[in-house]
Every structure is written in structure tokens, then in C-alpha cells.
Design a protein around this ligand. Structure first.
Ligand SMILES: [Zn+2]
Length: 67
């Protein structure tokens, strides 16, 4: 016998980050596709910053080392 504690089967799944409902297995960590969608939209419209790659190939310098 184990000591009585507040363990929920030993597995503590974090609640849905959107509405704090218990997560659904198909949409972990969300409780439903809707919440997963909400989070996705937040992510896409929020901090979706792609670092602009600087084009470093200006001035084609051919290796013409004529000495
Ligand atoms: Zn939810």
C-alpha cells in the first residue's frame, strides 16, 4: 500500500492553457481542437518573427589573384 497522498494516479497532466480544462488525449495539451486552434492563431499572429537573412553576396568578387 502506498501512503495516501493527493496524487492523481501519479500522472499530472497540465490543464488546457487556453481554458484550463483537462486536456483531451487527441489534442494534448489542449482540451479540444478549438483551443488548439486558438493557440495556433495566437502563435501565428503573435511572436512569429522570422529573422531577416542578410544577403551577404553583394559584389561578386572573383578570385583573381594575378601576381
Ligand atoms: Zn481548452
Amino acid at each position: 500500500m502506498t501512503s495516501p497522498s493527493n496524487d492523481n494516479g501519479g500522472r499530472a497532466s497540465p490543464p488546457c492553457p487556453i481554458c484550463n480544462a483537462p486536456p483531451a488525449q487527441d489534442y494534448v495539451p489542449f482540451c479540444s481542437k478549438r483551443c488548439a486552434d486558438v493557440d495556433l492563431h495566437r502563435w501565428l499572429s503573435g511572436s512569429y518573427a522570422i529573422p531577416a537573412e542578410e544577403d551577404d553576396s553583394e559584389g561578386a568578387s572573383t578570385m583573381e589573384d594575378d601576381s
